[in-house]
Design a protein around this ligand. Structure first.
Ligand code: ATP
Length: 512
């Protein structure tokens, strides 16, 4: 299923809508619908449980979106949280200079991939992709071109040589996708933080920012949390919350939003031990993704080559989104940079007394930072499929099914009376519904033929359907239909309840 179909499926089936759609929408801002909010909450619950409740040495907080303006000075966001922007003078459209260059490279990559696919067809089973890529002259030339463009761009951006970024755009003859012209302004830095104004203080002093990351709420609360919850290093603080970034590139659906949610955890460690924890969090986080059934081939690590000045190691977990491998989660070894900065600017000590070493130090930090919305997109993207299934007449039918892990599916079970105008069936179905809804999120549905009801549940990822029919009235058994295998078994209502409750529980994901 392609990306456009995924987006329209999300709207049609109550997962995600464009914000303020009746006013033609607001770019890069989205609202979650009735099933979307359930799926999102389940993802958050999985993260929270595995991160906070399954670890004795990780605690949660919920800090405010607004923070003292000095926080963002100390963190470096006021001075350095920028994207390089460029405007096209003819279309008046604004772009991220780095994205224009990356898109140019993606086109070359597209050509490489075409050559690879052609060769695959030609050589059939004996085709060795890695060998082809490393020996075919044309592919090698193209790859070398991409590598040299990306390395020059990264160097210029790191050195803040924006003139060279513009020269690169000119040399590559990149044209504006809207006007087709190459009439560009200079590249300049654009701060990504949204600002607003306090009511009771005029001018710069009353300028507040909407937080661009949740992590700073954790850093400034480090001492409060450590002391009040009597944590000993190593320990972590986790939080889920909204973050805001004035993103210029508004596309790729909920991958890049102006208002989004982060699930972040800062792990405070003794200086010098950070690499050990960095390696173990890297592994733990990949396993967390794999537990959801995400195929290994869809996830990969991507090491950062250009480290931020405060980091001594950083890796992304990338997911193979419908538009290619992109960052899903970041794992960063942030040294003692943030705590030191806050200590310096606030004048308050942010240290830990280590009883084993008998000394005070500013702990080092290893962070894991996952975007909730990107996580959502990755799950829908890998789960949503069109497949052929046997129909009732012995032929094949097409169905659209969202094969979400049962533990995060929005609705765990649908209860369906075979007929809606048979009072006894409806009563038995409602009785079953009233029992099961105490355990799991259940939906009662009596509208349309049973086949159509199954399709509707498939399309929203419901792992089980319970059908109540005439036999139910005789012997108290129902049909339990399983979404993926399409298997139907006859069980008592109680047995069906037990099975649904057990197999859709979030604990399935938490157990080793
Ligand atoms: P990118 O390079 O894609 O802009 P980033 O490196 O700026 O991402 P981080 O600052 O490391 O991202 O943020 C941590 C996580 O927050 C990311 O891995 C991503 O999942 C999520 N995230 C960041 N920006 C956005 C956004 N605009 N919309 C949705 N999720 C986001």
């Amino acid at each position: 299923m392609d990306f456009k179909q995924l987006i329209s499926h999300c709207k049609e089936y109550a997962f995600i809508y464009q914000s303020s759609e009746i006013y033609d929408g607001l770019a890069a801002v989205y609202d979650y619908g009735p099933y979307g909010v359930e799926l999102k909450n389940n993802i958050k619950q999985y993260w929270w449980k595995s991160m906070v409740q399954m670890h004795e040495n990780i605690v949660g907080i919920d800090s405010s979106i607004f923070m003292h303006p000095k926080v963002w000075k100390a963190s470096g966001h006021v001075d350095a949280f920028n994207d390089p922007l460029i405007d096209n003078k003819d279309s008046k459209k604004r772009y991220r200079a780095d994205v224009l260059i990356e898109d140019y490279c993606a086109k070359i990559e597209g050509k490489i991939n075409k050559d690879v696919e052609k060769a695959r067809k030609r050589f059939g089973e004996s085709f060795n992709e890695a060998e082809f890529r490393s020996t075919n002259g044309r592919v090698m030339d193209r790859q070398a071109k991409i590598d040299s463009i990306i390395s020059r761009m990264s160097k210029s951006l790191t050195e803040e040589n924006l003139q060279d970024v513009k020269s690169l755009i000119e040399e590559l003859e990149i044209a504006c996708p809207v006007s087709g012209s190459k009439n560009w302004t200079d590249v300049r830095q654009f701060n990504l933080m949204f600002s607003t104004q306090l009511g009771n203080i005029a001018g710069e002093e009353g300028k507040l920012y909407l937080r661009p990351e949740t992590a700073q709420g954790i850093f400034v609360n480090f001492s409060n949390v450590q002391k009040s919850s009597r944590q000993k290093v190593p320990f972590g603080i986790a939080q889920i919350g909204k973050a805001f970034r004035n993103e210029i590139v508004a596309r790729q659906f909920i991958f890049r939003m102006k208002e989004f949610e982060q699930m972040e955890m800062q792990f405070f460690v003794r200086p010098g031990t950070e690499m050990k924890f960095y390696e173990s969090w890297k592994e733990t986080r990949l396993k967390w993704h794999q537990k959801l059934g995400t195929p290994a081939a869809k996830l990969r690590y991507h090491n950062h080559e250009n480290l931020a000045h405060y980091a001594n190691a950083a890796v992304d977990i990338e997911f193979d989104f419908p538009f290619g491998f992109k960052e899903l989660e970041g794992i960063h070894s942030r040294t003692d940079f943030d705590l030191n900065q806050h200590q310096d600017l606030s004048g308050k000590k942010l240290q830990y007394f280590d009883p084993e070493l008998n000394e005070n130090y500013v702990p080092f930090v290893v962070e894991t930072s996952l975007g909730c919305d990107r996580m959502f997109l990755s799950q829908v993207a890998q789960a949503l499929q069109e497949e052929e299934v046997p129909d009732s007449k012995g032929g094949v039918a097409k169905r659209i099914v969202m094969k979400l892990h049962p533990s995060i599916a929005p609705i765990k079970c649908a209860i369906l009376p075979l007929l809606k105008n048979d009072e006894n069936l409806v009563k038995a179905a409602k009785d079953a519904f009233n029992q099961l809804k105490l355990n799991v999120n259940t939906q009662y549905d009596e509208k349309d033929a049973i086949g159509r009801r199954y399709r509707r549940q498939d399309a929203i990822g419901t792992p089980f359907c319970i059908t109540v029919d005439h036999q139910t009235l005789e012997d108290g058994t129902v049909t339990l239909r399983e979404r993926d295998s399409l298997q139907q078994v006859r069980l008592s209502v109680q047995e069906a309840n037990d099975r649904v409750t057990k197999e859709t529980n979030i604990n399935v994901l938490l157990m080793d």
